[in-house]
Design a binder for this molecule. Sequence first.
Ligand code: ZN
Length: 281
Amino acid sequence: MDEEVVTYEVRGPVAIIRLNRPEYRNAQNSKVTYALDAAFTRAVEDDEVKAIVLGGNGKHFCAGHDIGTPGRDIDQSFERKAVIWWDHVGASGVDSRFARESEVYMGMCRRWREIPKPLIAMVQGACIAGGLMLAWSCDFIVASDDAFFSDPVVQMGIPGVEFFSHPWVMNPRAAKEFLYTGDRMPAQRAYELGMVNHVFARDELEERTLEIAERIAKMPRLGLALTKKAVNQCEDLMGLRAGMDSVFGLHHAAHAHNAEVQGDSLGKVDVKAIKQQAAEA
Ligand code: ZN
């Protein structure tokens, strides 16, 4: 499949990187992960680029990790970038699953959270599970009024997506309800909880997000990079990094339980079942 899964565009001082599988609501397979990584690297290395916007082509930002499109590629090797574990291909059980998720989920999101230029998520439509991880890796989120956020993986018996930022990006009690119900959180509610910085009308989203990015781009490069690092370091001192590492173990206990008891690490929950649950909400 030679589809261009991520698009890259530079407008003035701003690089705009977009997920580009609109026919699958921008579901993320590994090919997307590595294409995003390459695009971020390109933006970091281009001296003309001062700020980066991450968006999605089509009606939705991102419907999550690819658990059911024809482009699902969990058994493929890629030239790894996060390299915090060995390659998962050829391994089995936890040896494979932990390796894969350490690289393509936890490792990559951490890598992106730390890229030294401002990174703004521009979210419309669905931002579900794996989509949250992308949006939360960014410095802040600008959303359209039709955007919604959800993490339905408790339905699989799993305590949230791999990049477990929930109690930091909203408050812990809101995080519990968000996870317990799997309900869609509208952009306005996410704004009230401080997870989203601005909500704009859908047809103004791009223009208004770019205005913010262009204003930021006028600041000195080093000042921005140090500021990003300063806030990230403090967020980590508030427990983000250590919390996330500890929850990653719980996450893998859940995958292993599912595999042991049901023969499927996702607890035999597929896209259809998740949509069904969302429809009943
Ligand atoms: Zn997982």
